[in-house]
Design a protein around this ligand. Structure first.
Ligand code: CA2
Length: 152
């Protein structure tokens, strides 16, 4: 079976509010800007993107399960679920697709409770604290990894 040239972009709780509050932490780009950036970055490398944002853990888990059928990898900013959700981590581990973890802010330089990530060790790529452009970096690194896997 050939590897699908499609990525799943997952944004977790509250990221629908991007660009509306806390610009000093998250910048002024909106979620639509994030999706457009990831789409364009992927398109330039021959990949398409399906995107999901939800404030509901189960919806994110369902989308991750569905990705198994037709996606080659997952770019995820799990929002606050990063620090709390064993179930989201289990979903990512169970689909066994390469995962890129993104955080807009530097979670290691904020409150203590943000330092732990349940996603960290099920992800192959980590881009932390590079702002919204970090999504493009994560997408590029994930696609580079996938291209390496396809060649090897
Ligand atoms: O830095 C990140 O990308 C985070 O994943 C964002 C999460 C936070 O819980 C993580 O610790 C780090 C929160 C997203 C909330 O986004 C908002 C954006 C603008 C206004 C209000 C919320």
């Amino acid at each position: 079976m050939t590897t699908p040239r499609r990525l799943l972009l997952v944004n977790g709780p509250n990221l629908n509010l991007l660009g509306t509050r806390q610009p000093e932490v998250y910048g002024t780009d909106t979620l639509s800007d994030v999706v457009a950036l990831v789409r364009e970055t992927a398109r330039a490398r021959g990949f398409e993107v399906r995107d999901v944002q939800s404030n509901h853990e189960g919806e994110l888990i369902d989308a991750i399960h569905d990705a198994r059928a037709d996606c080659a990898g997952i770019v995820i900013n799990a929002g606050g679920l990063t620090h709390t959700s064993v179930s989201l981590r289990d979903a990512l581990a169970s689909v066994a697709l390469p995962v890129a973890e993104v955080h807009i802010s530097d979670i290691n330089a904020r409150e203590e409770f943000r330092r732990f990530s349940y996603i960290r060790d099920v992800a192959a790529v980590h881009v932390i604290g590079e702002g919204v452009p970090g999504y493009a970096v994560a997408t590029e690194r994930l696609i580079a990894m996938l291209s390496g896997l396809a060649e090897g």
